[in-house]
Design a protein around this ligand. Structure first.
Ligand SMILES: [Zn+2]
Ligand SMILES: [Zn+2]
Length: 349
């Protein structure tokens, strides 16, 4: 039986923390549920899930639908498209059976790449390898979750680039329905000796094609829609992320671009230690605390102040007692609100 391998390559960078990553988890579970009820998919579809941030990691190795169990997703720092592609190519090289004189191999793999924002690494070597070794051997569909997609870069990988206007839970549901419908029609196409790749037409509302004939803005190496900072709980030592969403306030003077940029608190979310393993080390940018509106409580221990900075530059939660110990560097001392604000290390998003 020839298999139809379907790979999901999913961006788990920090801007996905909170609602988006939960929606993706639910969405993947829904896809698997759908496919389990479809006779064509059950017969041919094999699924793998790879998560990537600064690093890439296989969450579920390629396996048939019936034994598939949807995973939990980690969160990491950065969006290393280069590493993600390299990881995917290594997996496909190992797992996908090529067609030879002796055997009919697998159908062309279908890859759904979900990404949010722009890559934070130089992906050119991986893209070159992709074009040389894989571009004609699989079908890649890129779905962007952010409006600041680097389409110029992504179009070197695939002509199928779609923009997901992520709004609410209903839009996510709709989107994942589209993905499972596309996998289903592809598995039917395989059964009818078709190409094995049939994307269902996007509705144009929650999901639309990016017009690659139009000029696209240049790449930016930082996700500008969100600011995410890393902190640690001094009681549980657990890391957590504090997420802010960009708001632009208009000074209201006609003809003058006086808008100021600020970021409003979305929430604080505990993350596993694997956060540091998935991270892309060696890149730091700063955001000034004056640009950040709102301060969370600690999501790990409930301390009232979840946003305090140690002299080691790291963020921690602090409680009522005068003495606090930094979970990063071990310094014990007094922490208070700094005069005039301070610079905070910002993650890559
Ligand atoms: Zn805490
Ligand atoms: Zn410290």
């Amino acid at each position: 039986m020839r298999r139809l391998p379907v790979y999901f390559l999913i961006d788990v960078s920090e801007s996905m923390i909170g609602d988006p990553i939960r929606q993706v988890e639910d969405g993947m579970a829904a896809i698997i549920r759908e496919l389990k009820t479809d006779p064509y998919a059950l017969e041919t579809v094999w699924v793998s899930i790879i998560a990537f941030a600064g690093q890439a990691r296989t969450l579920v190795p390629l396996q048939d639908v019936i034994s598939f169990y949807p995973p939990r997703f980690p969160i990491g720092s950065g969006t290393s498209l280069g590493r993600a592609l390299q990881h995917l190519m290594a997996e496909m090289k190992r797992d996908v059976k090529p067609t030879t004189y002796e055997q009919k191999g697998d159908w062309k793999p279908i890859i759904f790449l979900f990404t949010d924002g722009v890559p934070t690494d130089d992906a050119s070597a991986a893209i070159t390898q992709w074009k040389k070794e894989w571009a004609t051997k699989c079908n890649l569909v890129i779905i962007s979750f952010g409006t600041d997609t680097d389409a110029q870069l992504l179009k070197q990988l695939s002509e199928n680039i779609l923009l997901f206007h992520n709004a609410d839970a209903a839009a996510y549901k709709h989107f994942f329905k589209w993905v499972s419908a596309s996998v289903k029609t592809s598995s039917v196409s395989v059964d009818n000796n078709g190409s094995g790749f049939e994307l269902v037409k996007p509705d144009g509302e929650s999901l639309s094609r990016i017009d690659l004939t139009k000029p696209v803005p240049p790449a930016r190496y930082n996700d500008p829609n969100f600011v995410v900072v890393t902190a640690k709980c001094q009681n549980t030592k657990q890391p957590y992320l504090i997420k802010y969403r960009k708001v632009v306030t208009d000074a209201g003077i006609p003809g003058l671009d006086m808008s100021t940029r600020a970021y409003r608190l979305v929430g604080a979310y505990p993350v596993a230690e694997s956060y540091f393993e998935m991270a892309d080390k060696g890149y730091v940018s700063k955001v000034h605390s004056d640009e950040l509106i709102g301060s969370p409580t600690c999501p790990c221990c409930g301390n009232q102040i979840g946003f305090a900075q140690c002299s080691c530059n790291n963020l921690l939660c602090i409680g009522d007692s005068a003495e606090n110990t930094c979970p990063w560097c071990g310094t014990t001392g007094h922490y208070g609100a700094a005069e005039g604000g301070f610079d905070v290390n910002k993650t890559l998003g």
